[in-house]
Design a protein around this ligand. Structure first.
Ligand code: C2E
Ligand code: CA
Ligand code: CA
Length: 791
């Protein structure tokens, strides 16, 4: 029975659509919010309701006036008015807004009481009213029903109870009365009541549904706003974009906390601070122009696009790159200030700056790189700029790298870069072109150029000559410096690099540890070198480079005891090319390996044809071995192979090496010379007395002969030259070495050198270098040639 009732109620509720407006379908807090809204709406209508009651109650009651129930009429009216006004007073005085369910229950109960009082009046007065009065009574009741229902419509539950109670009475009383009395007019009143009630019910239901829909929409929107607010807050806290606002006067209304610590406020007051003034206070001094951009946007009330502000953090002193955007805001009253965002672009900007840095700098030493130098030099303007550029090359850096490893080499380059920076002033630019080559660019005034060239050049040399202390290793090096001047040497900045390169090359060839300035004929030299290189390549391929032979004589007996092979190249276009030139080109291009092999093979074959000395001792063959050949590890095997091929005896071969070889790599050279020596080959140290001579090297190596450089021999009549030569001879005797003097041109020279103790003499006095055929003839003739068939 109970169950059946519940089912019917549920069915009716659904059918009518009451479920749609039930607060039970909402979450508790939402239901409370809606209830609060409903009560507030209903209570606001209470005034109309009370006034309506005050007017309708006497009208209803006095329909039964004079029917002998006046006491009842007065009593009911008094109760009605008293209750209505009490209700009004009670709700207005204890107006609660928290929408608690118990408030609604109380409100509904009071509504029910009020409706019941009306119904009581209707039930009491209807039997005493005449026909017209019944109509009035019914109409007043319908009016009251409408007034109450519509008045309480904000709180549908109250409205429906009011409607249900009143409608039931209003319909049932006339209907029952008409059935009891058989009057059709009363039935008509009942029907009227049904129609009116249904219409009002429908309107109220629709309104309640509308209320529910609106509430749910509002709730959903509120929820979304809440989510968005949370997201925004989270973004501001953890993201890197923050909102700022100013009022129409440019005063800060709100400023994100992340920015506060980057801004310097006058007297520390944040709110109401002038935004532009504050930014001006806070920004790094060389970016003040950015503040101008903000000012312009504010003045002209236009959008503010990506102004980049470097601001210094108060907490850690680091610069933050803040991008500022904004746009003017308008409200009803007109321009209302600016609103925009600050975005932290530090990471992006630093990354860009790093990329930019790398594009212009050498990552190892942090000084400029070749790209930067090229761009800088190309920008030089001969009408405006004067500059000296210094190209610096460390002598012997390769040995440091090979001997101690790249880590030490890298550290040395870093120290070197620092030293160069210290050697020049801050306005000069230091760059690393690659390897151990550095460049210094000094922009100067025209009249400073000459002095600066010497002074700076000297300082740069000094900076390299101090020993380098790397990882507790003391490394002594020196350097060479090439110099070129703008616009004296060229008015094209781009040409400067090749000019300074030539000057450096000249400095290195000139004996290192020196500065050499570019002179224009170096350029001619370059042109010539390029052509010679091409021709030389062809000549080596064709095997057309010949070997000439210059005799060597015993100083005591005067007899020819051997010859030195010297390369000769006749090119149909270039004519005779000096060996100094083409040998150095062959060394640079690597052609020397092929050429050296060709010359050695040919010399061995030629020498096999020579007639021996009178006593049958075969003539010695001396060949020159270039330092570049010596540095190749397989040179000993190469020589051995050629000796095997040509069947030339090792004991007849003498190899001349220069001192330069020795200092470049002592252990390797020593090893090679021992191999050669073990094979029976004689070893001579050529050009002794120039360059880096040190007898300590000489002592450590398996040498047989010293060849005194011809520059000493040319001045042999001078006492100084004689004393140097006698010193060398003295040392050689102690080291058990033979002394050869080359470049002997005179009879006098022969005499002096013989007296000083030289063992072997060589020079034009005896013979110029001779073509193979001529020398062969000479060996057979053993007669002295004066120089007609010479090269
Ligand atoms: P070097 O080894 O010192 O050769 C001696 C140079 O002195 C030769 O010059 C020779 O012609 C020159 N000379 C000899 N006697 C006199 C003299 O009385 N007066 C004057 N003024 N000069 C004299 P050359 O042939 O021009 O060679 C120059 C240099 O080229 C050589 O110096 C040597 O370093 C290099 N060279 C020549 N041929 C070869 C070669 O086949 N292989 C290698 N690796 N180097 C060579
Ligand atoms: Ca030589
Ligand atoms: Ca020599």
């Amino acid at each position: 029975m109970n169950y059946a009732l519940t089912s019917v109620t549920t069915f009716v509720r659904r059918a009518i659509g009451l479920d749609d407006i039930s607060l039970e379908t909402l979450p508790v807090d939402a239901a409370n919010r809606l209830r609060k809204l409903q009560m507030r709406g209903a209570i606001e209508q209470m005034r109309v309701f009370v006034i309506g009651n005050t007017f309708f109650a006497p009208v209803l009651a006095f329909q039964a006036w004079g029917a002998g129930v006046n006491g009842m009429v007065l009593g009911w009216t008094a109760v009605m008015l008293a209750f209505s006004w009490w209700l009004f007073w009670a709700w207005l005085s204890s107006y609660r807004t928290d929408g608690h369910a118990s408030d609604m229950t109380r409100f509904v109960t009071e509504t029910k009481i009020n409706a019941s009082i009306w119904c009581l009046g209707f039930v009491l007065f209807f039997p005493f009213a005449d026909g017209d009065s019944k109509t009035v009574l019914t109409s007043v009741m319908v009016g009251s029903l409408a007034l109450g229902t519509i008045g309480f419509a904000h709180a549908p539950i109250a409205a429906f109870w009011y409607l249900a109670i009143q409608a039931t009475t209003l319909i049932s009383v006339p209907t029952l009365y008409s059935i009891a009395k058989g009057t059709s007019q009363d039935l008509l009143l009942g029907v009227l009541a049904v129609v009116a009630s249904a219409a009002i019910f429908n309107a109220t239901l629709e309104r309640a549904k509308e209320q529910m829909r609106a509430f749910k929409n509002h709730e959903a929107l509120a929820h979304k706003t809440e989510v968005v607010d949370l997201l925004l807050k989270d973004y501001e806290e953890h993201g890197n974009e923050w909102i700022w606002r100013t009022d129409a006067k440019g005063k800060l209304v709100s400023c994100p906390s992340q920015i506060l610590e980057l801004l310097s406020f006058d007297d520390g007051a944040v709110e109401g601070a002038d935004l532009i003034h504050t930014i001006g206070n806070s920004i790094e001094s060389d970016h003040q122009s950015e503040v101008g951009k903000v000012q312009t946007a504010f003045d002209e009330m236009v959008d503010l696009h990506n102004v980049v502000l470097p601001l210094r953090s108060r907490s850690d002193g680091a610069v933050k790159w803040i991008v500022m955007k904004g746009r003017p805001q308008y409200e009803d009253a007109g321009y209302a200030g600016f609103r925009g965002i600050f975005a932290d672009a530090t990471a992006t900007i630093e990354a860009n700056r790093h990329v930019e840095f790398l594009a212009k700098h050498d990552p190892l030493t942090q000084v400029y790189n070749r790209n930067y130098v090229q761009a800088f030099l190309e920008d030089l303007d001969p009408a405006r700029d004067h500059a000296i550029i210094f190209q610096i090359d460390l002598d012997g850096f390769k040995q440091v790298n090979d001997g101690y490893g790249h880590t030490v080499g890298d550290k040395l380059l870093q120290v070197m870069a620092e030293r160069l920076k210290t050697a020049v002033d801050g306005a000069s630019k230091v760059a690393r072109l690659g390897g151990d080559e550095f460049l210094v660019i000094c922009k100067l005034k025209a009249d400073e150029m000459l002095i600066a060239q010497d002074q700076i050049g000297q300082r740069l040399l000094e900076s390299m000559s101090k020993p380098f202390d790397i990882d507790h290793l003391e490394i002594g090096l020196s350097g060479s410096v090439g110099i070129a001047k703008f616009p004296q040497d060229t008015d094209q900045g781009s040409t400067l690099l090749s000019q300074v390169d030539l000057a450096l090359y000249a400095a290195k060839r000139g004996g290192r540890n020196r500065c050499v300035a570019f002179v224009s004929n170096m350029m001619d030299g370059v042109q010539k070198r390029i052509i010679v290189t091409e021709r030389l390549r062809k000549a080596v391929q064709a095997g057309s480079i010949e070997s000439y032979y210059q005799p060597q004589h015993c100083a005591q007996s005067g007899r020819m005891i051997g010859a030195e092979a010297l390369a000769r190249w006749y090119d149909p276009e270039l004519g005779f090319v000096a060996p100094d030139l083409f040998i150095s080109i062959a060394e640079e291009t690597g052609l020397i390996h092929e050429l050296g092999e060709q010359l050695l093979r040919r010399a061995c074959l030629d020498a096999l044809k020579w007639a021996p000395q009178e006593d049958g001792t075969p003539l010695m063959l001396a060949v020159n071995l270039s330092p570049v050949e010596v540095m190749r590890s397989n040179v000993a095997q190469k020589i051995q192979r050629i000796l095997d091929e040509t069947e030339f005896p090792a004991t007849r071969l003498e190899v001349e090496i220069t001192e330069g070889v020795l200092i470049d790599d002592v252990p390797a050279t020593k090893f090679l010379l021992e191999e050669l020596s073990d094979a029976g080959i004689t070893i001579a140290l050529d050009d002794f007395g120039t360059g880096y001579s040190s007898l300590s090297y000489v002592r450590a190596l398996p040498l047989n002969r010293l060849k005194i450089d011809r520059s000493f021999v040319f001045g042999i009549e001078e006492p100084e030259a004689q004393s140097i030569i006698s010193t060398i001879v003295g040392l050689s005797e102690r080291l058990n070495l033979e002394v050869v003097a080359e470049g002997v041109e005179t009879q006098k020279g022969v005499e002096i050198l013989g007296k000083l103790g030289c063992d072997v003499l060589q020079g034009y006095y005896f013979s110029r270098p001779l073509a193979a055929k001529d020398f062969e003839e000479l060996t057979f003739g053993q007669k002295r040639l004066s120089g007609d068939k010479t090269a």
